[in-house]
Ligand binder design. Structure first.
Ligand code: NAP
Length: 291
């Protein structure tokens, strides 16, 4: 089976490619640019993959508030073209989405299932929701996988580092850290997500899936756990999202219920604390901040 992987140089792409079974063709933005949808047909017709895995996205959550068309160009309209092409070429399309498709229900405090109505509170969230919808509407053989708070050994190329590395770097510089305590989700280690995706792709159980590490925490609780496990003394203060003042609103609660994935008989991802401990022992500090 031939699999073409868009966004292969990103945080998730780097951990997913070595875990997928088959003939893997890793594609970078230079080889396959979702912002130039008119170029995608020739890429796919030349490769003729059975499966297209899309790890690429416009991921700048705050910048998207003022760059709506750039976010939609990649996350919605580029994905629409990809979905149309996959349908045309009879490929399976594996596409990643986000817990940021939720948030509008501010009172919500129980994990979201795939049957829950989404309601994003940011431009990024709306662009990703549109991307989900075009995949689900246009490409019958699809897996749309919503995940949450990714961190991986390679760091997030587009954003430079990941949350864990940022916490350790700032604490290491002796600077105080103010981290939001009113956003609850499930940070997810890409090394745990990748084999679960690889196993799902082996099935023909197409559809929408929630996939994250288990449990839930606020970003402040996650930061505290990082410092506790890494044995780092940090000047850490809990603040509100309002005090933090990010350009984009985030969900107060966006924990994803993973039971649909579990019902396939595939192994659930471990609790977020165990995943964090594994990351801290497996990380390569030099890799933080880029590729
Ligand atoms: N990171 C998170 O916390 C998080 C949470 C929930 C869901 N997700 C979703 O998970 C998926 C993977 O995220 P990630 O953290 O691995 O992201 P990432 O590290 O930022 O990687 C994204 C990749 O997409 C590529 N890319 C950006 N624009 C592109 C374009 N126009 N055409 C082709 N490639 C393009 C980037 O290439 P360059 O290196 O050239 O920029 C990069 O390699 C995304 O769908 C994201 O929305 C992420």
């Amino acid at each position: 089976m031939k699999l073409a992987v868009f966004g292969s140089a990103g945080q998730l792409g780097r951990d997913l490619c070595p875990r997928l079974a088959g003939d893997i063709v890793p594609l970078t933005r230079e080889q396959a640019d979702l912002a130039r949808p008119e170029t995608l047909r020739s890429v796919l017709t030349n490769l003729r993959p059975e499966v297209v895995v899309n790890c690429a996205a416009y991921n700048f959550v705050d910048r998207a508030e003022t760059e709506e068309s750039a976010a939609f160009a990649v996350n919605a309209w580029g994905i629409r073209e990809l979905a149309l092409l996959c349908c045309d070429l009879d490929c399976t399309l594996v596409h990643f989405s986000t817990d940021y498709v939720f948030g509008l229900d501010a009172a919500r405090r129980t994990p979201y299932t795939e049957a829950d109505a989404p309601g994003p509170v940011s431009v990024y969230g709306r662009s990703k929701l549109t991307g989900e919808n075009v995949v689900r509407g246009l490409c019958p053989k699809h897996f749309v996988i919503r995940t949450c708070g990714l961190y991986g050994v390679w760091g997030s190329g587009g954003k430079g580092g990941n949350f864990v590395e940022t916490m350790l770097r700032v604490a290491g510089q002796g600077q105080p850290l103010r981290v939001v305590a009113d956003q609850t989700c499930t940070p997810t280690y890409t090394v745990d997500l990748a084999p679960a995706v690889a196993a799902l792709v082996q099935t023909d159980k197409y559809g929408l899936y929630h996939l994250s590490n288990a449990g839930a925490c606020s970003w402040h609780e996650f930061a505290a756990a990082i410092f506790e496990m890494a044995g780092v003394q940090a000047d850490l203060t809990a603040i509100t999202s309002r005090e933090f003042g990010a350009a984009a609103q985030r969900p107060e609660y966006s924990v994803l219920d993973n039971r649909k994935f579990g019902s396939l008989g595939l192994p659930s991802l471990r609790p977020w604390r165990e995943a964090l401990a594994a990351y801290l022992s497996e990380r390569r500090p030099k890799a933080a901040g880029g590729n």
